[in-house]
Design a protein around this ligand. Structure first.
Ligand code: AMP
Length: 283
């Protein structure tokens, strides 16, 4: 696998792939790779001639400096994993390479960023949109792979692709979980064994909400989830929302049998570590 750290060199390489008529699949990541990432890479391998992975811990999408500082960085291990899944090229730039000057761009995604992650992490999606736009321009993929784990991010990037007419196809894959149900996440590397057990209750509470969906009104389900997580030591719930799966706007009334899809979404702190998870349910 070729490892490139410079934008200009990557652009040349991409030009060669494109001139050869090769189809490029792209998996953008922040590294500390796990099975959730590898699933996306394997899918890209299957569906494209060339698979490019990027590893870049993007400073502009962190609203909490400690979260940025403590984000796991395991480049050597990641490179070995990428070799093993047959990734063709790793783009691993540093911050100066991606941001030679401070970016002043401001994106607006309207209502889509006024809820959940957008509401609780000011500036987060602006940073995501900035870096993903840059990466799409540099890598020029035919297909780009993202995980449902970051459901709102997928909706934002869909808007970005539509709004800026990026000529590529977005592909979304379901959340990969540990046996305990805990959604795989690079941030899990920061959890102690005990915290991992506590964190598994996040998924259990989503399952509880799913069970209650057809029986209880929204406010009762929210209370039940809050009460469930309140009794788990070490968990501090930031939000739990029942949202329309397409618009991600809060749903006030559930209509069982309507065939509508809702997203059960949450963010919580387990000790110092902030985790998110979601579950899509067809009513
Ligand atoms: P990250 O490195 O956390 O920025 O994630 C890179 C990509 O992998 C994003 O599209 C994530 O949504 C996706 N991803 C992260 N965790 C998982 C998971 N557990 N299952 C599926 N996709 C994931």
């Amino acid at each position: 696998m070729e490892v490139i750290t410079q934008t200009s060199i990557l652009k040349e390489q991409v030009q060669t792939f494109r001139c050869n008529g090769q189809q490029i699949g792209f998996v953008p990541t922040m590294g500390a790779l796990h099975e959730g990432h590898l699933q996306l890479l394997r899918a890209s391998k299957k569906e494209n001639d060339i698979t490019i992975c990027s590893i870049f811990v993007n400073p502009t999408q962190f609203n909490n400096p400690d979260d940025y500082k403590l984000y796991p960085r395991t480049l050597e291990q990641d490179t070995a994993l990428l070799e093993r899944v047959g990734c063709d090229l790793l783009f691993a730039p540093n911050a100066e390479e991606v941001y030679p000057q401070q970016s002043l761009l401001q994106f607006s995604f309207g209502k889509l960023e006024a809820v959940m992650e957008g509401e609780h992490r000011p500036g987060h999606f602006n940073g995501v949109a900035t870096v993903v736009s840059k990466l799409f321009h540099i890598v020029q993929p035919h297909k780009a792979y993202f995980g449902q784990k970051d459901l709102q991010q997928v909706a934002i990037i869909r808007q970005l692709v539509y709004g800026l007419s990026f000529d590529l196809q977005l592909v979304c894959y379901p959340t990969v979980r540990e046996e305990s149900g805990l959604a795989m996440s690079s941030r899990n590397k920061r959890l102690t064994a005990q915290q991992r057990e506590q964190a598994a209750h996040l998924y259990k509470s989503l399952q509880l909400a799913q069970e209650l969906l057809r029986k209880q009104p929204v406010f009762v389900i929210k209370d039940e989830v809050k009460a469930y997580l309140h009794q788990v030591e070490g968990i501090n719930l930031e939000y739990f929302e029942i949202a329309d799966a397409l618009t991600l706007q809060p749903v006030e009334h559930l209509e069982p049998g309507s065939g509508k899809e809702v997203a059960l979404c949450m963010a919580a702190h387990v000790g110092e570590v902030r985790l998110i998870d979601n579950l899509l349910v067809n009513l």
